[in-house]
Write a protein that binds this ligand. Structure first.
Ligand code: NAD
Length: 337
């Protein structure tokens, strides 16, 4: 059994903990938190051992009536691998801790690409992470773009990608984020950081991205234009993308017109936390004009990277190849709408 430590038990960390627990070849050794909030309480209710991420604040847990198993150092020392799901920039500060205990670590998309040996997307470059000590699971948007670009490159060749990302202002729990009533070019400079980030997965890809932020919390929306190396029928692209296990092609008959109904659908089918691990591509938006392909996709920012973290654990420890790992992760989590 692979013993997994989760350092940072927030939006991403708590989802990764549940996904790891569902795997037949992994155990959650414990989760580390900085302070005793509702997430610390639910971690204990779910029988996860809780570790104090910051020594000086360890007493706060006892004061709140929450039992601590020890300091984060003990957790890191005992684990086969750490999933760092702390806020952007904190992962970089934690790297020395993981090196001290010689424990390989996964970081999240908020960290810089140069912190790690390789950036990771299971569908696109699984093998690059085999045996690496420090691996970054790319951001929700980069994951969403990479999952579409990989099959298109393999099937037709890609000359150029242009993507406009309409980004949610914050996650539902992020009460301090905005805008509340505005539309921001964000970042206002072009290209946005997403294009270079996708190039950490495909180093020979020509991609430009533009970003905007809107007053929404449910999902991101991508407007994608890919210039292929061949003229292709839209029907063939639909068939190609429908084969991909982490792409959900929303059929016209479902009458899902936006992220609100997508989340409603996720709740109706009983998804935990209404998570949507798949890219949600509107089937009828998949269109071609000459060599240009167009489509719209919704990306659930809080959850699409979760199966990728599970696969990255197996990649780093050399426990499975891409196909085996993706299939096992999908089956145990229930990925595939
Ligand atoms: P979050 O704020 O929801 O959770 C982070 C958790 O880490 C919190 O519980 C916080 O208390 C804890 N923490 C803070 N400092 C810590 C420390 N020193 N040691 C241990 N724990 C600490 O953040 P999140 O949204 O889960 O983001 C985590 C990472 O995942 C970031 O790199 C982010 O860019 C990336 N990411 C976030 C999203 C998203 O939409 N939320 C999507 C993809 C990737």
């Amino acid at each position: 059994m692979i013993q997994v430590a989760i350092n940072g038990y927030g939006t991403i960390g708590k989802r990764v903990a549940d996904a790891v627990r569902a795997q037949p070849d992994m155990d959650v050794l414990g989760v580390a938190k900085t302070r005793p909030n509702f997430e610390a309480e639910t971690a204990l209710e779910k029988d996860f051992d809780l570790y104090a991420a910051i020594e000086e604040r360890a007493d706060q847990f006892a004061e709140a009536g929450l039992e601590i198993a020890g300091p984060v150092e003990d957790l890191v020392d005992a684990a086969d691998i750490v999933v760092d799901a702390t806020p952007s920039g904190i992962g970089a500060e934690n790297k020395a801790l993981y090196e001290e205990y010689d424990t390989p670590a996964l970081y999240q998309g908020g960290e810089d690409a140069d912190l790690v040996d390789t950036s990771f997307n299971a569908r696109s470059n699984f093998a690059d992470a085999v045996g690496a000590d420090h691996v970054r699971v790319v951001s929700c948007n980069t994951t969403g773009l990479s999952r579409v670009i990989a099959p298109l490159r393999e099937a037709y060749g890609v000359e150029k990608v242009r993507a406009t990302l309409v980004r949610r202002g914050g996650d539902p729990g992020q009460t301090d984020r905005g805008p509340i009533n505005d539309i921001l070019p964000n970042p206002v400079t072009i290209p946005s950081h997403h294009g270079p980030d996708v190039e950490t997965i495909f180093d020979d890809l020509d991609i430009d991205t533009l970003g905007m932020k809107v007053p929404a919390t449910l999902m991101h929306m991508h407007s994608l234009n890919v210039t292929l190396e061949a003229e292709v029928d839209a029907a063939d692209v639909r068939e190609l993308l429908a084969e991909e296990s982490r792409l959900f092609l929303i059929p016209e008959t479902m009458a899902i017109d936006g992220s609100g109904k997508l989340k409603e659908y996720a709740m109706d089918v009983g998804r935990p936390r209404a998570d949507i691990w798949e890219n949600c591509i509107w089937e009828e938006s998949i269109s071609t004009v000459g060599r240009d392909l167009y489509l719209f996709q919704g990306i659930h920012q809080e959850s699409d990277v979760v199966p990728e973290n599970v696969d990255a654990i197996r990649a780093v420890l050399g426990e499975a190849d891409a196909e085996e790992s993706i299939e096992l992760t999908n089956e145990t989590m229930g990925v595939g709408l």
